[in-house]
Design a protein around this ligand. Structure first.
Ligand code: IPM
Ligand code: MN
Length: 354
């Protein structure tokens, strides 16, 4: 298969982890006879530095024309404690999601068996975890208007909005996923307080009629935050609005042993983007110590998106081999063992694929 992939390394550790994922994709291409072409583009703080814009027009063009986008991370500490900054790297990410129409962010929460003792949660709690969180990605409080300040600067406001159509498309996608899995869907909301949540509930109940085989349940977000770490094996597919999904998936990542293990896919009607859920980890930038596995597993999701299941599986198997052989970065190392570098981990995974 021939694939055109837009490469957006972004900031911090982005270039290093995307670099390893590309090596892994190349190993897959060589082994299975595919040809993957890459077009690099700027995004985030590095794009602001070069062009003044965190998501330049040129980058949008490259992403829209590609079959898929492989994205690293964005964010730079020079913006974090500067609420006055007019342009922020994160705006690039949000505009990219919105303008590519990436309304569904799929975040699988799985546990590699080898890592069951690495989670801060008890082994018997995390064993057998296998669910996927579908986070709505292009609406809600992240995008609602009005947003701003009163003239005197003493009152700030954000607005959470959802249209029925926005809820429908992402909930439908979640039902579709549930049909391919264990046929259970949990809609997470705050319908006891929020009108947007009541629209979510009403819409999910409606769409549920088209999927009678799927067991549909509703859960308030505060309770979900507890159940996810109390009994993660309860969940199969979770669907929720933008900010709830952002928060719950960082929380859920502790199950997997490290945020550095968590891949994601962001899907729209025309585009598909794959990225680790972690951030740009600026303290580690350029030091060859960051865990590339989340990005490598995101590349596996990319291949599976195009039906290359055998290839995706080969990557997962190779990651598992690295974990079992102890070829891991510092976030996953067992006490007393030496941490390996980003490039060591990438090279080992490539060698297992070859
Ligand atoms: C994520 C990140 C982003 C988000 C930030 C960087 C804007 O936390 O992808 O989860 O909140 O969506
Ligand atoms: Mn987040």
């Amino acid at each position: 298969m021939k694939l055109h992939i837009a490469l957006l390394p972004g900031d911090g550790i982005g270039p290093e982890i995307v670099g390893e994922a590309v090596k892994v994709l190349d190993a897959v291409a060589a082994r299975y006879g595919h040809s993957f072409h890459y077009t690099p583009a700027l995004v985030g703080a590095s794009a602001i530095d070069a062009t003044g814009d965190p998501y330049p027009e040129e980058t949008h063009k490259i992403c829209s024309e590609a079959d898929a986008v492989l994205f690293g991370a964005i964010g730079d500490p020079k913006y974090d404690n500067n609420p006055q900054a007019k342009v922020r790297p994160e705006q690039g990410l949000l505009r990219m999601r919105k303008s590519l129409g990436l309304y569904a962010n799929l975040r699988p929460i799985e546990l590699f068996d080898t890592l069951a003792d690495r989670s801060p949660l008890r082994e018997e709690v995390v064993r057998g975890t296998d669910f996927i969180c579908v986070r709505e990605l292009t609406s809600g409080i992240y995008f609602g208007r009005p947003q701003g300040r009163d003239d005197d600067g003493n009152r700030a406001f954000d607005t959470c909005t959802y249209t029925r159509a926005e809820v429908e498309r992402v909930v439908k996608l979640a039902f579709g996923l549930a049909m391919k899995r264990r046929k259970k869907l949990t809609v997470v909301d705050k319908a006891n307080v929020l009108e947007t949540s009541r629209l979510w509930r009403e819409t999910a109940q409606q769409i549920g009629k088209e999927f009678p085989e799927v067991a549909l349940e509703f859960m308030f977000v505060d309770n979900a935050a507890m159940q996810i770490i109390r009994q993660p094996s309860h969940f199969d597919v979770v669907v929720t609005e933008n900010m709830f999904g952002d928060i719950l998936t960082d929380e859920a990542s502790v199950i997997s042993g490290s945020l550095g293990m968590m891949p994601s896919a962001s899907l729209g009607d025309k585009s598909a983007l794959f990225e680790p859920i972690h951030g740009s980890y600026p303290q580690a930038a350029g030091r060859n110590i960051a865990n590339p596995m989340a990005t490598i597993l995101s590349a596996a999701m990319l291949l599976e998106h195009f039906g290359l299941d055998r290839e995706g599986k080969a990557i997962r198997q190779a990651v598992n081999d690295a974990l079992e052989a102890g070829v891991v970065t510092e976030d996953l190392v067992k006490t007393g063992e030496a941490a390996r570098s980003t490039t060591d981990v990438g090279a080992y995974i490539c060698s297992r694929i070859a």
